[in-house]
Design a protein around this ligand. Structure first.
Ligand code: OSB
Ligand code: MG
Length: 380
């Protein structure tokens, strides 16, 4: 039975930091990750819990955020404006939550972890699946790709690609950086002439590398993701004008305004939407809608999430303009055991079936969650 939700009051917020080793290290142009430290946000109203994940890394290298800073941002700046004890405690809906932390500069992932938790809470109070609550549901199964980090050798990379293609994943993304780019992509293409292939540079190049990046054109990549600086839309436009391959922006797009600028300047042909990077569902929906209106396809990026963030990504990916396979893949690629049950599984066709259970659609594995929690604080 649905509970009354015309006024949404958050009675308490529980912050948890969990620590889990990755099954395999993940290396990008900015560094190697072997262990994750993830902040989970639980918001409680009328005895019902909603869950969100802060998707920042352990270090401020992908963007300015990192686990320790995000904890303080949520505890000291976001939570006090969200809770029942704050001066304007009630929300008409989860769509209002983002505004309540809009006075904070940056820190979208910290803010987005809370925002997503309230959307999940509201969906559960209404008895709806999260994908339904956000207006999705175009896809009953979402298309999955994998993101493969920089490996110790080309042989290991080729072996990993072979395994993921055999598992059914619909596109392969490899990470590149200066010294691990054109020659690597050439070898991958030689070995796998027909796969849908793309490369992600995580801001490792500058416009001075345009001629070098142009050499990637001959390998028919679906796109090259974020080749230039994390905050540089204008140079991406200059680069896109020189490349046949589509640029896909990731780091650059934190607001719908950034997306609007990127589209107007023709800085990209494709957008990656990450729920955390843009501060939650409200902004993700806006970017999705703007891209669709401009015929820019989008896909859902990943941040090595636990099951909670992964489940949110699945809900997001059911919106109609998520027409390209995302970086949303099976739990077992990351974790020995996930904190949700069942774990996220990928079919031999490279899809994830969308759950129709209320909220994010999976159960929290409370025993395992307790086991991996290294810090916990209850805010009221
Ligand atoms: O740029 O997409 C990225 C992971 C951490 C930081 C940045 C990125 C990534 C990924 C991994 O590519 C995607 C995933 O499998 O979760
Ligand atoms: Mg990326």
């Amino acid at each position: 039975m649905a509970i009354q939700v015309d006024k949404l009051v958050i009675e308490k917020m529980i912050l948890r930091e969990i620590a889990m080793p990755l099954v395999h290290f993940f290396e990008t142009s900015f560094g190697r990750t072997t262990h994750r430290r993830i902040i989970l946000v639980e918001v409680v109203s009328q005895g019902v819990s909603g869950w969100g994940e802060v998707t920042c890394g352990e270090n401020p290298f992908y963007n300015e955020e990192w686990t320790d800073a995000a904890w303080m941002i949520v505890r000291d700046y976001v939570a006090p404006r969200m809770l029942r004890s704050s001066s304007k405690s009630a929300f008409a809906s989860a769509a209002e939550v983002a505004d309540r932390s809009a006075h904070i500069r940056g820190h979208y992932m910290a803010r987005g972890g809370v925002e997503a938790a309230v959307w999940d809470l509201e969906a559960r109070l209404k008895g709806l699946p999260l994908w339904d609550h956000i207006g999705g549901g175009w896809f009953k199964e979402i298309a999955c790709g994998v993101s493969i980090g920089i490996q110790n050798s080309l042989a290991e990379l080729l072996k990993t690609i072979e395994k993921e293609v055999a598992a059914g994943y619909q596109r392969i993304k490899i990470k590149i950086k200066p010294g691990w780019d054109v020659d690597v992509v050439r070898e991958v293409r030689k070995e796998f002439p027909a796969i849908r292939l793309m490369a992600d540079a995580n801001s490792a190049y500058t416009l001075a590398d345009a001629d070098h990046l142009k050499r990637l054109d001959e390998f028919h990549l679906m796109m090259i993701e974020q080749p230039l600086a994390h905050d540089e839309i204008v140079d991406h436009a200059a680069l896109q004008a020189q490349l046949d391959t589509f640029i896909c922006l990731d780091e650059c797009i934190r607001t719908v305004h950034h997306a609007e600028q990127a589209i107007r300047l023709q800085a990209c042909g494709i957008l990656n939407i990450k729920l955390g990077r843009v501060g939650g569902f409200r902004e993700a929906l806006r970017i999705h809608d703007l891209a669709m209106a401009n015929s820019i396809p989008v896909w859902c990026g990943g941040m090595l999430e636990s099951g909670v963030g992964r489940a949110h990504n699945i809900a997001l990916s059911t919106l109609p303009n998520f027409v390209l396979p995302g970086d949303v893949s099976a739990s077992k690629r990351y974790w020995q055991r996930d904190i949700i049950s069942p774990a996220v599984e990928v079919s031999p066709q490279g899809t994830i079936a969308v759950s129709s259970a209320p909220g994010f659609g999976y159960n929290i594995d409370h025993d395992y969650l307790r086991h991996v929690t290294v810090r916990e604080e209850t805010l009221t």
